[in-house]
Structure formats: C-alpha cells, structure tokens
Design a protein around this ligand. Structure first.
Ligand code: ATP
Ligand code: MG
Length: 433
C-alpha cells in the first residue's frame, strides 16, 4: 500500500514506462482531489481516436491499480476536459518534473498554497517579518525597525497580520490610542459591502514616532468583540454580483492598497504569523513583498521547517519568483558562544538554499540569470543578518514603554545589522543606527 508521499513518484514511474502513450497526447493532468485520490484528465479531442483512447485508458487503469488507495477505481480513473487550463482550474497546479506535457492539479482544502507568488507591488516597498517557529523576536524587531525608520523622517505603515495571535499593535500603541477596528473587522465587513464603515477608524499613530510617523493597523480594535467568530470568516472569498470570485489574499491586497493610498507611507512593515499557516502563506507569497525576512534560530526544527517550504517552492517551479526577495535573519543570537552559533547558522542556511533554491551551477558563477551565491558571500540571501539577544528585551511586558526610552546606540547594538540591511535593500540612506 502506498502513502501520500509516494504518489508523485509512483506516477512518474507509471508514466515513464508508457512514455510513448504520454508523448502521443497534447497534455495530461494528474488530478489529486481533496482526499488525496488521483485520476487522470486528458483532452476531449481524444474521443475521435479510438486506438489512442484505448491506450490512454490502459494507462489510467495501470495508474489506478498502482496508486491504490490513493486512486479512484479503474472505472472512474479517467476524465476528459477541453484544455489543460480548464483541467487545472481552481487547483494548485504545477508541472510534473521530468515530463514536458504533464501537470499535477492539486485540490487543496485551503486557499493558501504557498506557491502563488505575486510580483512586487509598485508602491511603497513591503517588508514581511516571517519565521517558521514563533517567539523568536519578530514583532520586537519589527517595532525597532519602525522606530529607526521614523527617526530619520520616514512614514512607516505597520500591519499586524498575526491575526490568530495578535499582539504587535498592543505593544506599539498604548491602550488609549487603539483604534476602534482592525484588519479582521475590515475583512468581515468587506464581505457585506460595508468596509467603508470601518476603514476610517482602523489605524492609529504611534507615540514613538519623532520626526517621521508610524501608522499602526492592528489585527483587532480596542474592543476585540466577537473576535473568534470574525476570525473564522476572514478567509472567505468574496463573490461579486456578476459571479466573479476574489479570494481572501486578493481582498487583503485591496485593503493594503487602500491604506497605502490614504497614508502614503515610505515603507510598509508586515508582521506575519509564524509557521506553515494560511495567513502566513498570504503574507509571504501574495502581498507583493520586496523583502521577506525569514527569522531563524539555529537548530534542527528551524531548518526542517524551512526545508519543507523551500522544497515546495522548488517542486512548484516558483523558486525564481521568490528567491531574490528572501533574507535569513539570525534571531536572538546568544551572548555566549556567539561565533560558533553564527557559523552553524550560516552553514545550515547555505545548505538550505543550495539544496533547493540556488541553481545547479558552481557557487559564485553567473550564467545568464541563474544564480548561486558562495557560502561566505555576505550579500547572499542565505547569509544571516544577526539580531542579538539582549537582556533588556527578554520577558518584556511593554514594548512601547521599552522603546520610548531607547536610544540609537542601543538599537544599533541589538538590531543594527537587520535595520541597516533593510535600509540598504530599500535604498533608504542615512539610517541612524
Ligand atoms: N533581542 C531580544 N533579546 C531578548 N529578548 C527578546 C528580544 N526580542 C524579543 N525578545 C523577547 O522574546 C519574546 C518574544 O518576542 P516577540 O514577541 O517579538 O517574538 P515573535 O517572534 O513576534 O513571537 P510570536 O511568534 O509569538 O509572535 C518576548 O518576551 C520579547 O520581549
Ligand atoms: Mg509576534
């Protein structure tokens, strides 16, 4: 009996043994349904060619036998469609490695498939703070970055998209400054064409800003209200009167575009949820980020998690669309044994990129638009920007109180490489840390 992880490999074996049949048709789609059962979809036009059709039926029967229980019965093993595009509609689709005319149409129970990479937005650069594990100092680093950019006169828009465990906004805004609504309210009201009722009152200005401004859009308002009931609806697609469907990441993009138009920020900082999660998928892949910060603690849990994600991007053939936006951040670097710790981090981060997203060419060489950085190249996406653990931030109750009396020197010593790295990437000069 095969299990889920063997499906693609088994299909490759079946198709390879009947390569002449596969090559004789225009396209072939391997449909993997919501329950993980497979059947093949082939062009409708085959019905006019009895000989070829018989061979394709045999192929489908072989696949069905071999993949059981991950296949439909032989009698239901084959479907027909007018085009490959139609056959893949609504699925997370990708080319099956090693075959020029075979696609996998993966039907997922969630919208976030981590493989739909939206190209960089044209407005203010968007920076996403993501980590595979939680509690690594992501939100704190985001707040310090907002502070540093505001110090040099920038207008910073901060979005708390850690919807399932919100907190950034309450640490950036004292209670009396919390707006009435948040992102969750907007997403729910948008479904009933009532978003304009909350749009005016879902942002606040942080008192931390001196020369510039920090606008904070929280996950929820001062009174979270029926938060659980609202959260369970934010993922809903919106179906317009003419039947067109907008999925929730697209709705979120519409919100961010509207906020951007209203507040005209120089930079947008996005606090994502940690882990392989539905909201995180939207933040990392679908908001048009210029820079995606991947916070990492040295250790197996981190690298296993990132490997899963990077391998998914490689398998879906989207490595090229995302790899230039990625940057590893070495989070909470320890006070003792820091050099060894950082060198382990560097090695593992390099292996991760080299195994999955870098091209198979010698490191450091540039061949066309292929790329593969050297392990020691400090400008490479795998080369960690370090962020030090510092006792004054450990177990902090109020980030707002802490940042209120922080100075540039302290920010520089803890968050310097991160903030300067972001500033460089965004082309912001004269950053004061
Ligand atoms: N540089 C630092 N040095 C020491 N402690 C820190 C540092 N940055 C953050 N912390 C502490 O670590 C804890 C987690 O920080 P933070 O909430 O910023 O992490 P996070 O990655 O956003 O977590 P979550 O996944 O829960 O959102 C907090 O108690 C915070 O005060
Ligand atoms: Mg956080």
């Amino acid at each position: 009996m095969i299990t889920f992880d063997q499906i693609l490999n088994e299909i490759k074996i079946c198709l390879a043994t009947q390569a002449d049949v596969v090559q004789s048709i225009d396209w072939l789609v391997v449909n993997r349904d919501l329950n993980g059962r497979v059947r093949l979809i082939v062009p409708e036009s085959l019905s006019g060619d009895a000989t070829k059709l018989e061979k394709v039926r045999c192929l489908a029967a072989v696949v069905s036998e071999r993949l059981r229980p991950h296949a439909h019965s032989t009698a239901a093993a084959l479907l027909y469609d007018e085009s490959q595009e139609e056959a893949c509609k609504g699925a997370s689709a990708f080319a099956l490695e090693g075959f020029g005319n075979v696609w996998v149409a993966d039907r997922l129970a969630t919208e976030g498939d981590w493989a739909h990479i939206v190209s960089e937005s044209s407005g203010a650069p968007r920076v996403v703070f993501f980590s595979i594990k939680g509690g690594v100092g992501r939100s704190t680093a985001l707040a310090a970055t907002a502070w540093a950019f505001a110090q040099v006169g920038k207008r910073v828009l901060v979005l708390d998209l850690d919807l399932e465990s919100p907190g950034l906004s309450s640490s950036l805004l004292p209670k009396e400054r919390q707006p009435q609504y948040g992102i969750t309210d907007w997403l729910v009201e948008d479904l009933v064409e009532n978003a304009s009722s909350v749009f005016q009152d879902m942002r606040a200005t942080s008192a931390l800003s001196h020369d510039g401004e920090i606008f904070v859009v929280p996950a929820h308002g001062a009174q979270p209200g029926e938060y659980v009931a609202k959260l369970a609806r934010v993922w809903m697609p919106k179906i317009a009167a003419d039947g067109t469907r907008q999925n929730w990441p697209a709705r979120l993009r519409r919100l961010i575009d509207a906020l951007e138009k209203r507040m005209e920020p120089d930079v947008i900082l996005i606090d994502s949820r940690a882990g392989i999660d539905e909201v995180a998928s939207a933040c990392v892949t679908e908001l048009g980020a210029k820079l995606i910060l991947l916070f990492a603690l040295e250790g197996r849990q981190t690298w296993t998690g990132y490997h899963i994600l990077f391998e998914h991007w490689r398998r879906h053939g989207v490595a090229n669309n995302i790899r230039e936006s990625l940057q590893i951040v070495g989070a909470l670097l320890p006070e003792t044994g820091r050099d060894d710790y950082v060198s382990g981090l560097q090695d593992n981060a390099y292996d991760l990129f080299a195994d999955t997203l870098y091209d198979s060419i010698p490191a450091g060489e540039i061949i066309g638009d292929h790329f593969h950085f050297e392990a020691a190249d400090a400008a490479a996406p795998h080369y960690p920007w370090g962020l030090k653990w510092h006792r004054s931030f450990a177990g902090l109750r109020s980030l707002h109180g802490r940042l209120n009396d922080i100075d540039a020197e302290e920010v520089s010593s803890i968050f310097g490489p991160l903030i300067r790295g972001i500033a460089n990437t965004l082309g912001v000069e004269k950053i004061d840390v």
